[in-house]
Unconditional design. Structure first.
Lengths: 52, 265
């Protein structure tokens, strides 16, 4: 019995699932870093300057 | 006393998100590279190994399905440990770890279900049955979705962390149910053939590719988890900076209003 199609489908689904997850996380990282850079450029620090 | 203080200081410095970002940034490229390499070697060995005398070529789906199923449970253990970290030690990175792991765990569980279903069609003659093992893993998937929703539904990080930690620990009861489902109930799913007290029952020609694939995918999981944790730390920094910016803008407006009021007087 030839079940190549089932094996191919399983590997394809797994590659898409894990590849998509990795891309989503990398995209999330880049977007957050971009936001951080924009805020830092605007002169916003991470610590409140209250009282100074 | 001083020894305890030194240890405490060391643990605190490790818990520092800036230190974590620095350390994880150095480790991550290596971890990701090794993860992809080990997974590729494991899967290649799987294709080079002989076919199973009963399953034929579909045994190759097992090099995906079995690691995914193991990792779906391992991820939950990582999250339960993080939940303890939040509730008992109030570790600042514990909630970051739990929140970052949930979508990855959900994906591995979904893939375990999907690859199992694709294997089941030619081997069992059905895509799905509501037996003990399949149903309990499906419940694990739903728990992951619930935790993902919970961590994103509440704006207050402290409250969200405590609630997610409690729900995660309650959901831990599902793990022994998954593990022993094949023994407690008469199921279509086969009983354990690798993690057995009397040793694996799989021939070494198929066992080694399986173990190496599992190691590779485990490293993939940890690489994804580290990357997602870094993104989560940056997200929280952006939120904190926006709050500070809003407060500064408020203060400026107040000062301008005061000045305008003074001039009018």
């Amino acid at each position: 019995m030839n079940h190549t199609l089932f094996v191919t489908a399983a590997y394809l689904v797994s590659a898409l699932g894990l590849g998509g997850l990795a891309l989503w996380i990398i995209n999330d990282q880049r977007a957050r870093q971009r936001e951080l850079a924009e805020l830092e450029q605007a002169g916003i620090g991470r610590r409140s300057k209250a009282g100074k | 006393m001083s020894d305890a203080n030194t240890l405490g200081a060391k643990l605190t410095s490790l818990a520092n998100p800036t230190r974590f970002l620095d350390l994880s940034g150095r480790i991550l490229p290596w971890l990701a590279g090794i993860a992809v390499l080990v997974t590729a070697i494991g899967l290649w060995m799987g294709f080079a190994a002989p076919e199973d005398y009963q399953q034929g070529t579909t045994v190759r789906i097992m090099y995906l399905h079995v690691p995914f199923a193991w990792i779906s449970m391992m991820c939950y253990v990582v999250m339960a440990a993080a939940a303890l970290g939040t509730l008992v030690w109030r570790h600042p990175l514990a909630d970051v770890s739990l929140k970052a792991a949930a979508p990855i765990g959900a994906m591995f569980t979904a893939l375990a279900l999907a690859t199992g279903s694709i294997w089941g069609r030619p081997m069992w003659g059905t895509w799905w049955v509501w037996d003990g093992r399949l149903t309990s893993v499906f419940v694990l998937f739903l728990i992951y979705l619930g935790i993902i929703a919970l961590t994103r539904a509440i704006d207050d990080h402290g409250r969200a962390a405590r609630m997610a930690a409690i729900v995660t620990l309650v959901g831990l009861i599902n793990l022994p149910i998954i593990k022993f489902s094949v023994e407690w109930w008469n199921t279509l799913h086969q009983p354990a053939s690798v993690m057995r007290l009397d040793g694996p029952t799989i021939h070494s020609s198929l066992l080694w590719p399986l173990l190496i694939s599992a190691l590779g995918f485990t490293l993939v999981f940890f690489a994804l988890h580290l990357a997602a944790m870094r993104a989560e730390i940056w997200r929280r920094r952006v939120e904190a900076m926006r709050r500070i910016a809003a407060r500064q803008a408020d203060r400026q407006t107040d000062r301008q209003t005061e000045r305008a009021g003074g001039q009018q007087a």
